[in-house]
Design a protein around this ligand. Structure first.
Ligand code: ASP
Length: 338
């Protein structure tokens, strides 16, 4: 082979490599949606500073997930990363900002589900785990079970090398004041709107990755003033969290008792799978017809297997955000009219 021919073939190989890298980059199609809870969130109850803080934290969570998805990472990892950011913020009713039970404790629930395998992991009633979503993930990946509760879940956490935090880590003055205010009114009242002026909520994320895999995750402190051992919808697979590559991934926020009775998250996917409903139609049917019909309140975020995103809620607002490979600038929203 002459030197010139050799150079030519080298140039050809280099061009092929560049082209294939570009194609790979183009193929990183992904969708990510998150929520930070639904409730009576209206402009007149919000200060500009607080609104900015929420939007900033939602954007940070979206960026955390997007960084993983844009590199071809797994939907499961993106969901965990986005939720961890929100769990570490006192703004949301999950992790650090968890609400108080009737007995003045913070009991946290979380679940994660892999749409590719239908593997799932959940923890409930944990009091010493800083990021319950990561423990839920460990239950899925490292135990033969789907759900572990209370001391058992914490024993498993210890075995897995998780740091157990002092339960006082979850004590925040604002949340404690909310509990006292609720109890002063009615010792058995349950509140989704956890604070009269600042509406906090459960957090969740749903994602489709470049490999076509869906995942969903949800993390919460539950309802303010919840009774002993009360478990909500968030850690229950099919109620507040569900993912299947055949249809969609769903994470919910709202009064969990209704979501459990409606198996709401699974039902959204079932509507898509068995009736051919589109993602927005399936979400709206479950929220505006079924949930509203039963007297429940809340919302959901959904991503389908083609990456379409739907967000539906019957409350005044829902903290939420989205980012996709087609629209890579994170978008956040809070109020109904956004
Ligand atoms: N769904 C949660 C529960 O019932 C509460 C929330 O969404 O804020 O535990």
């Amino acid at each position: 082979m002459s030197f010139a021919t050799h150079l030519k073939s080298l140039a050809l190989v280099a061009t092929c490599l560049i082209l294939s890298a570009q194609t790979d980059a183009q193929e990183m199609t992904y969708s990510l949606a998150i929520h930070g809870g639904a409730g009576t969130i209206t402009r007149d109850r919000m200060t500009p500073e607080l609104e900015a803080a929420y939007r900033e934290k939602l954007t940070e969570a979206l960026r955390a997930g997007q960084t993983i998805l844009a590199k071809g990472g797994a939907a499961l990892d993106a969901v965990s990363a986005a939720i961890t950011v929100m769990e570490d913020s006192p703004l949301f009713n999950a992790g650090k900002g968890a609400v108080f039970t009737n007995e003045g404790r913070n009991e946290l629930d979380a679940a994660i589900m892999d749409g590719a395998t239908l593997n799932a992991g959940a923890v409930t009633g944990v009091t010493r785990i800083r990021n319950p979503i990561l423990l839920a993930r460990a239950v899925m990946d490292k135990s033969p079970h789907v759900m572990l509760a209370q001391e058992g879940a914490e024993e498993f956490a210890r075995e897995q090398g998780f740091e157990l935090v002092n339960p006082l880590y979850f004590w925040t003055e604002r949340r404690f004041k909310s509990l006292l205010a609720v109890q002063a009114e009615d010792s058995h009242a349950l509140y989704l709107d956890h604070d009269e002026t600042h509406k906090y909520g459960t957090v969740g994320a749903v994602a489709l990755d470049a490999h076509g895999n869906l995942a969903a995750g949800t993390s919460t402190g539950g309802l303010t003033n919840k009774m002993w051992g009360r478990i909500g919808d968030s850690p229950i697979i099919g109620a507040g969290t569900y993912a299947s590559n055949r249809s969609c991934a769903v994470s919910g926020t709202g009064t969990g008792e209704y979501y459990i009775r409606l198996t709401l998250a699974r039902e959204v996917c079932a509507l898509m799978e068995y009736t051919g409903a589109g993602v927005q139609q399936a979400a709206d049917t479950m929220i505006h017809e079924r949930l509203t019909g039963l007297g429940g309140d809340g919302g959901i975020i959904v991503v389908d297997k083609d990456g379409n995103i739907a967000m539906s809620f019957n409350t005044e607002g829902m903290y939420r955000g989205r980012v996709t490979s087609a629209a890579p600038e994170p978008v956040t929203a809070i109020y109904k009219d956004e």
